[in-house]
Design a protein around this ligand. Structure first.
Ligand SMILES: O=C(O)CCC(=O)C(=O)O
Length: 331
């Protein structure tokens, strides 16, 4: 006899529930999460709260590449900038992610370290983001780090849009810390009008006309990107992390989001932070990490085991999201 999809789904839910951290483990990790010195010992080569946020021109985007990619963003809703970041910096960030993972944390906890907040603050990156969103742009506090194991069949996040109807007031930025290839699950997207058509049909659970379906398949863009590149997309572009087709290297990456100043941001994005101001305080970093963790079990069900921990940290740090000094409030 074959199990029905409903049976399988509830069996998976039960297994995920069983894999939740024990109360003792949750308590231990809760205490460790707030122990800044412990994080520093975990990655002694990285800083937390160094107060230094301008890393000069440790990133490079030529004027011609910036112009070309701005045009692509305007026409197709995405951009791809190869080899933007200094390789030593990317290697250090990769080591942070590895250390965090080896210590049993979801890799997004790498965002307790300064590097993950300074990476998009160099003058070159700021200039590109300014072109894309207007000079006075802000960062929201939706951040994430990805580790897609180097095993056939494992995939990144399933197809989704980040925010619909936000036009050019929103930009997602995605930075690979290891080479993201077609074999190990690089990003894919569907640019332009096809994106909207497919998303609407999926949401309304309606069939797609075969012509639309075929055209969409042909329109898909693969975005292989070597470590230290920077790619990104507008809020209404359908995108997803590909499936590993046999690559043995894990795919490591991080994601940040930016907003035009004055844009109406969602509650989830709040608080917005000013990338020209000092780096977010430690508690706000923890808040951002667990805010995302609570939400992203929909893409990474294995995170469910950390939910009780995320809820406790979220409750403990919620006040940090209100008192963030440089935060213009989201509506
Ligand atoms: O890295 C992935 O698999 C998905 C990333 C993504 O979709 C996002 O950051 O919005």
């Amino acid at each position: 006899m074959r199990a029905s999809p409903e049976h399988l789904a509830s069996a998976v839910d039960a297994l995920l529930k069983q894999s939740e951290l024990s109360r003792e483990e949750t308590q231990r990790r809760f205490e460790q999460a707030f122990d800044v010195d412990r994080w520093r010992r975990l990655a002694p080569f990285a800083s937390i709260g160094s107060g230094r946020w301008d890393d000069g021109e440790a990133s490079s985007i030529s004027d011609s590449a910036a112009d070309r990619e701005k045009r692509r963003l305007d026409e197709d809703g995405y951009f791809r900038l190869p080899q933007v970041f200094d390789s030593a910096r990317i290697a250090r960030m990769r080591r942070i992610v590895e250390a965090v993972r080896a210590d049993g944390w979801p890799v997004a906890f790498a965002f307790v370290f300064d590097d993950f907040w300074t990476i998009a603050r160099s003058p070159r990156i700021a200039s590109f983001l300014g072109k894309a969103l207007g000079e006075a742009y802000l960062q929201n506090t939706v951040v994430w780090a990805h580790w897609v194991p180097g095993e056939r069949g494992v995939a990144g996040w399933s197809p989704h849009e980040d925010y619909r109807d936000v036009g050019d007031t929103f930009l997602s930025v995605w930075i690979p810390l290891s080479d993201a290839t077609v074999e190990n699950g690089c990003m894919f997207l569907l640019p332009g009008a096809s994106s909207r058509e497919i998303s609407m049909a999926t949401e309304e659970r309606r069939d797609l006309p075969p012509t639309v379906f075929r055209r969409a398949l042909q329109d898909v863009i693969a975005l292989p990107a070597s470590a230290g590149s920077m790619i990104g997309w507008r809020g209404d572009v359908l995108h997803w992390g590909g499936a590993n087709t046999g690559g043995s290297e894990p795919r490591l990456s991080l994601a940040l989001e930016f907003r035009a100043r004055g844009a109406k941001a969602s509650r989830f994005e709040s608080p917005l932070i000013d990338p020209r101001a000092p780096l977010p305080p430690f508690r706000l970093r923890l808040f951002a990490i667990v805010k995302a963790l609570r939400e992203y079990t929909k893409f990474e069900p294995m995170l469910t085991r950390y939910l009780p921990l995320a809820e406790r940290i979220f409750a403990e740090t919620a006040e940090a999201s209100l008192s963030s000094s440089n935060a213009p409030r989201a509506s």
